[in-house]
Write a protein that binds this ligand. Structure first.
Ligand SMILES: C[S@@+](CC[C@H](N)C(=O)[O-])C[C@H]1O[C@@H](n2cnc3c(N)ncnc32)[C@H](O)[C@@H]1O
Length: 284
């Protein structure tokens, strides 16, 4: 960002905790996020309008106090997917400063579920990716961007969210995700990881763990590369092990892309545990 020059008007503080931030939230509520808020309130299900209203109020309070990289509408979409499922297992990959994590934790608690949170807690990894937004603007992602420490995120979730439903997994996705046991089954997955190599890794490791009826949602659809990856049939069949490219909403057009579950071919982990069982069987 440029340094202020003599004669420039002084910059008004706009960060977490400022009056500007609170006023901006009110403006978005009346404009950009209004449709999503109304939809969320009337969607019904096990969690009814008064509790949904309370969630909206708390989501806005979190936005006002913590640095985040999503809109209220996006988080309400994910929250609805969580609330529709009884006792869901929810996984977030890419938590930044914990604004999304605190919100997901509240929705997960309301649904009686648990939330698994994966992040390096060192920001983005070193990379050479060069990206183009859907609208044509170029963007690069610096190593270390979005860095927040694990204790800082845990403090945010303790103050504003539901820490009792959260389990944190610190490390690069390449190390932490494959280390999960084969029994892990997921209902809602949220990816917000920026780099296409991180999306590739997360989808490859996590999509096969979706329960029937589950969804994987990515917030990285602002990048063309995310859409190109998800539109690639050979990625799904050869790398993920799916029978075919799954059904998706928002592909090719939206920042938020929702991928539906489908039956997948056995994963590496499942194949390994099946062959272990077969080896243990006594031979007749
Ligand atoms: C944009 S931030 C997430 C923002 C957050 N979801 C929010 O809405 O406020 C992206 C996060 O992805 C994490 N990340 C990206 N690639 C990663 C990788 N390969 N391993 C671990 N963490 C990664 C970064 O550490 C960063 O915290």
């Amino acid at each position: 960002m440029d340094e202020p020059r003599p004669g420039d008007a002084p910059r008004r503080p706009r960060g977490p905790g400022t009056l500007y931030r609170r006023l901006k939230s009110l403006e978005y509520l009346a404009t950009r996020d209004r449709g999503a808020v109304l939809r969320f309130l009337v969607q019904g299900g096990a969690v009814q309008a008064p509790r949904r209203l309370d969630l909206i109020r708390r989501f806005i309070a979190i936005t006002n106090r913590t640095r985040g990289y999503h809109t209220l509408g996006e988080m309400l979409h994910v929250a609805h997917e969580i609330l529709r499922r009884p006792r869901p297992t929810v996984l977030e990959a890419g938590c930044g400063h914990g604004s999304s994590t605190a919100k997901l934790s509240l929705a997960t608690r309301a649904a009686g579920g648990r939330l698994l949170v994966f992040d390096s807690f060192r920001g983005l990894p070193a990379n050479r990716e060069q990206h183009t937004h859907l609208d044509g603007r170029a963007i690069e992602f610096r190593a270390g961007a979005f860095r927040a420490t694990l204790p800082a995120v845990q403090r945010t979730v303790a103050q504003l969210g539901a820490p009792e439903v959260c389990r944190f997994h610190k490390g690069w996705f390449a190390d932490t995700l494959p280390a999960q046991g084969s029994a892990l089954a997921l209902d809602v997955i949220l990816l917000d990881v920026d780099l296409v190599e991180s999306t590739r890794l997360c989808v490859r490791e996590l999509y096969p763990r979706l329960r029937p009826g589950g969804v994987l949602i990515t917030l990285d659809g602002q990048l063309r590369a995310t859409h190109e990856l998800l539109a690639d049939e050979s990625f799904w069949c050869d790398e993920v092990g799916a029978r075919r490219k799954p059904l998706m909403r928002g592909l090719g057009q939206d920042k938020l892309v929702t991928v539906m579950s489908q039956e997948t071919a056995p994963t590496r982990a499942r194949r390994a545990s099946l062959s272990a069982i077969l080896r243990r069987r006594p031979r007749g």
